[in-house]
Design a protein. Structure first.
Lengths: 352, 352, 352, 352
């Protein structure tokens, strides 16, 4: 049973609402008692009703899609920015100061603008703003998020990896060397643009690795882990494309320090995330599955002793569109407005 | 944005909670402000926590599964019965009079106990109770449902077929003869029992018809259509098994009366369902897709002029586990307790 | 066990080899003892090895893709034309007379150039050649195919529909009126071009109708059925997009003449197709499934008495890329060169 | 183009033909010029035609399924044994001496009977026969296989892992320590028995690990790698269940010796497998995908420098039912009878 009280309405714009993360925000906000969508943009679809672009949302009363320059940002309290990386920095830099922003792109995730330039192929276009941006891995940076004006919402892979690893590194329970991440993602992570590689016929009944040792989420992961380890961390990171629409699993191979085992690591994570509404550390023997988080903001974490002594296998699952994108964005926005963090995120996983 | 007010708690038992419809009820009730699950049964899984049987529900506080005879029905206000057909009649007949019941099995759907015996292979075991049962196609039988103690929740196929056809037959816009229903269902309609035919390997990348001209939903459909047409209707009904977990489409081929066309039929249905929260008649040219109702209680209906003169093609889509089962069950239960019909059913479709 | 004897090599070009039907031809021809691929074209991929465009074919020795005007057609005995409709007519008209052609596009399928113009939106560009073209539904037109220089290879839907219906209409066993075809296709029928509608995320876990009463295969079906019935036939034809890569089922609802039933229709089709290597009429009670023909040139047909008297339900399944395209094309080419019809087509269905 | 000459017929029995590996053998043998299936067993399906158990094979002339004790093994030259582990040892021990055997179960794969007992929970029932068994990883043990009477066909995971790793360990190019294998398999690897965990609804749209650090293929992999390294190897091995029917990828994380890199490892493997018909080492940058080997006996191997210095990522893909089971079994049987190794295995991958 849920309860809700009358709340002051907060006016929200979604920039780039014609993609999957935009649509997912609309789905979640439909059950939110305080945030109200008053503007949505989609440059190539400007002028169209959202119900045309996403017929599954036709049951809602929503503003039509408009071009960004048609939005009156003075009348907006908050912005979810779902634009492609590259264009985002300038758009956000131009927003009025009273607007709070959660940016779902990669544009403000890397603290170091040189690292950004190196991985994204162009200079950072809003370096001053970068300094104010808070990296919004909610469970790790809750206090900073609550005070932030601009939150860089973490990438999906980095979310699934950092949630288990950051506490373990901070507490010195695992080595910072030789961290191997084998990650698997559903296709929705690739967005809605029409590419041959993402056709049903190209993806169904198959798996392959991609971006091996060159995926842009690697520096983001390393940034978080380096901070936690207080020393530079380089990870092995190999994502795979799966024949499913949603869901992400990171299988992480780590070496423990001292006599630590899966049991002690599990205990540490369980203690760390005890009060968290969205992170669950599973008991011994229980195996996380992406289908157990589908459509929800949960992250499930399982830990297993490896056959190789001193090694532990960690599996972490999220819905890439929820905790890996729009759900965490909403969680952060709730925090930024002093609202209960779970508002709009009470939906349970959908299975089967 | 949703609003909820403090409501009197209604204590609910779910009988047969270890199947997919039981789990789906739990998912929906998690967002319900008044109905509270106080007992759940699962004979073969008695003693287990629900989170063991359905790990995706581990985030909820739920009673453990028990055997039916362990439930104190005196402490229960309402029952959702998700037991297999055959066993249900006796179980429900034994419930105390104060308990309101929505039965998701087929056991009370056929008014005529002889027809039941003929299609289900044994005598009806609660014929007296059958006379009190209301067939709960909500949009068609709202008033009776509101007053009922026992509601027979419609089957998934019959729901998707009767919603468009009953009004059209009642208004004499289509002929009662030669109604052809080509239906397609996701695999979850077959339940969770381990059968070779429902293995991933047997279902993926394929389609086939089943129960051709012999499916048990045929007499249920014919009962509703005959009532609407005020004359005996025999339908052609061919279900197909699809490589997807959820979703159901009925493609229905009808002959119109007089000069009626898709346009006039559409107008009639649009008028009939105008105030309905869960039924949407799509505008000309728009095509219903199961992915646009996934996880929601919606039914979308589209109508198209056929190339053969005097014929119209109607497509109707639902989520078989929601409007085709647990969602409609909750919709009915809300009505039976005088609650807003949409409580617990506000979740939007999940796409992709 | 198969046997093969030394055969004279026949040099074959595949025009438009960068699409799925081209790749499928390569797969089939890899096991063909007489046809040898000596040229392959793919305008946008000219200069690339086939193994780059289709890595699954990297095990074969194949010529690189070239532009059409780079092919020396004097050195070629036969052409499979897999180009998009519209461009095909002129390309084929320009081929030297000694070249035999199987055209997999729709460009030569409609005998009547006015009907072509009406459905395809432009005048026919090779009307003289149209008169020589043979419509290559092999089992129906074997003799003409054997003598043809240019064969118009049937569409996938028309193949699955005409194989059962043509003999029944010719023998007067079913009515020519009120034929209703509810067809379901895998996504590969849409080809390899990058369209949002065919993304994995848009197709998986869902079904919808498309081209309702307006699909271009309707006139092709009607042409064949009209010929068989010796009177103009208009059909109801509704295709659906399925979440699978390959496979096609047509569920066909017909009215029988006289006292005919599924049994008499089955007997007639069984007799008609008795000697056919690729068409199997299933015994009473057996249900065709697309997964039972996957990757093969088979067509399976099942017949069932309907609940409505005088009606029969026919289901017909093929692999849309094999019997519905490249397999039938090869079957036809074999015939045109006096080779055993099954050469290169002995591969059994792949299941699961 | 293929060529085949008249060959002496070799009579083959398939024991346990009612499972997926049995059916796959039938599919492959349908194109084999010398091996002829003269008996097939399936205890619970004894008396049934194969076409009833596997309708996709109905186009072939095949003996009906019988019980094992009904087979006249005097009239049989060779046996493919597809029985479940545990029962296999005694069945094979009872076969007449003239019969050559490829056993697809795990029963003779582990040289050390104590290791067998430890992982399979019972004493080995034919320890003498174990000593004669040859572990049939064809490319590694070709000479022994050719002379063997009894070949233990490798497991699917061990095949995909050992093909790249054995040569690298033998040549001292990688370290024997800290080998991490993250493997992904289609559902067909679990066989055809009806288990809740393998239902479509439980597998589709999801991924999870299973048998973490406890899968029975671990000791088999370690046996092969230890032999190659000439020292005891313990691996980290984590299999995952994928929502696809066929296909297997092993992503393997290794440390190189000396200054070795992906390039030098690639060169070594390319040289080692140069003459192999079924193993392809991909050029730099090319990524193996399971869909590129579907239905074929190929193994594709790709190598990539990791971001962590001194590390290389190897991905290896096979079709678990072909190179991972029935295809390799046939490859071995060909060798055992002095036939060309590729007979019956010329079928190209099926894509899409």
């Amino acid at each position: 049973m849920t309860e809700a009280v009358a709340m002051k309405e907060i006016k929200v714009a979604i920039l780039g609402a014609s993609g999957y993360t935009g649509a997912e925000l609309v789905r979640l906000l439909a059950l939110h008692p305080a945030l109200k969508i008053t503007a949505m943009t989609g440059d190539r679809k400007a002028g169209q009703p959202m119900a045309t672009v996403f017929p599954h949302l036709a049951g809602l009363e929503l503003p039509d899609l408009v071009a960004i320059d048609q939005v009156d940002f003075k009348a907006v309290d908050a912005v979810f920015c779902c634009l492609p990386h590259g264009t985002t920095q300038e758009v956000i830099a131009a927003l009025p100061q009273h607007v709070k922003i959660v940016d779902l792109s990669a544009d403000f995730r890397l603290f170091d603008v040189d690292t950004y330039a190196q991985w994204y192929g162009h200079e950072h276009r809003a370096p001053a703003l970068q300094e104010q941006a808070v990296y919004g891995l909610t469970e790790i940076a809750r206090n900073q998020v609550a005070k932030a004006r601009l939150v860089a919402n973490p990438g999906c892979y980095p979310t699934s990896v950092q949630l288990p690893l950051v506490p373990l590194l901070e507490q010195g329970l695992i080595l910072a060397e030789d961290i191997i991440i084998d990650a698997k993602s559903g296709v929705s992570g690739a967005g809605r643009s029409a590419k041959e590689a993402n056709l049903f016929t190209e993806v169904a009944e198959g798996i392959h690795a991609y971006g091996v040792a060159s995926h842009r989420h690697a520096p983001e992961i390393e940034q978080g882990l380096s901070q936690a380890a207080n020393s530079p961390v380089v990870v092995s990171f190999t994502p795979h494309l799966m024949p499913m629409s949603r869901g992400m699993q990171s299988t992480i191979y780590v070496k423990t320090t001292g006599a630590n085992t899966a049991a002690s690591l599990r205990a540490a994570l369980a203690a760390r995330f005890k009060a968290e509404p969205f992170v669950r550390v599973l008991p011994e023997g229980a195996v996380p599955a992406t289908r157990h988080v589908r459509g929800s903001n949960f992250c499930l974490i399982g830990l297993f002793d490896d056959r190789i002594k001193g090694r532990v296998i960690i599996t972490s699952v999220i819905d890439n569109l929820v905790k890996g994108a729009s759900g965490q964005a909403l969680q952060n926005m709730n925090l930024m407005f002093g609202l209960p963090e779970t508002l709009g995120l009470e939906q349970q996983p959908m299975f089967p």
